[in-house]
Design a protein around this ligand. Sequence first.
Ligand code: NAD
Length: 358
Amino acid sequence: MNKLIILPGDGIGPEIVAEAEKVLEELRTGFGLAVEIEHAPVGGAGYEAHGHPLPQSTLALARAADAMLLGAVGGPKWDRLERSLRPEQGLLGLRAELQLFSNLRPAILYPQLAGASTLKPEVVSGLDIMIVRELTGGIYFGKPRGIRQREDGQLEGYNTLVYCESEIERIGRFAFEIARKRSGRLCSVDKANVLEVSELWRTVMTRIANEFTDVELSHMYVDNAAMQLVRAPKQFDVMVTGNMFGDILSDAAAMLTGSIGMLPSASLDSQSRGMYEPIHGSAPDIAGKGIANPLATILSVAMMLRYSLDRVDLAERVEQAVGQVLDDGLRTPDIASAGMRTVGTREMGAAVVAALRS
Ligand code: NAD
């Protein structure tokens, strides 16, 4: 029996997670999925319940779980708290404490939504990229960091971009494995023409490539990668990169699909324990209105089934069910287009459950 912890979080988080839970319930009762589910607060909800965005009780449950499903965290209510108490610290804390070093961000354009992209349909139709981002190292965690006063009286901010060989090897091997299961092409993104860290990154990636002779490795500078993602994104299959470059590139790739409410993500440790969440935030502007798109969260359940719960069969069922509701013309307002039926969060969730049953 796998242990699953559900972290609804803030804003639209509880609304979209509720729909994903209906899907999980259907998988339990109708498809023999053996999971034990518990709930815990995180982010602003954690702060409200226990005075901290990552309460000890939540962390303890997370440590014992095989997988976590997160809605989203954050909102204006908590923006003025000191940094260590802000909702996003709940997320960063979970990633760091559980060593979720590998972030998987697929950017898939569903054929039914080709018109949603700002790019021409011929540039993006059929797009299916997997970005593998290192998540627990690099400049977001490097020390020293801070804001200090210089001798001339000015303030200066400083951060440290650092990666050691084992960190690069770990994410590299992970990305090669993913590439091996897809088209066998991996593009490593760095800035080796300027940064020593990237020089080492490139050396280590090239070394690992010797262990994966069935995968074709290429290298690209990050500025070119950003340009190519917009110019000809279909040239990519799997991309691997460091924390900050991955943060930026994966958002750009997500936008190629034109629908932030459709994209899931996974953050995994070395044992394939993971946290699964939609890539979007807590959308305070639409929270409580019942119109948030739950599909990214439902597709996060599919990723969980594939990567942590070893149920690829059920992952495919869920993905097919999502494809089915799109084929049937159901759209939440964020992906609405002329001639389609606009539905709310609950109706969309119910439609996915019905498609699973059919
Ligand atoms: P956001 O992703 O929450 O919203 C951006 C826009 O997309 C908004 O107009 C929103 O209404 C829309 N949107 C997002 N998800 C949607 C969905 N499922 N269905 C329909 N529309 C959707 O980003 P933001 O506005 O920059 O941030 C809002 C809050 O979320 C902030 O507090 C931010 O810190 C937090 N945030 C959290 C995460 C996370 O939990 N992983 C990620 C990003 C931002």
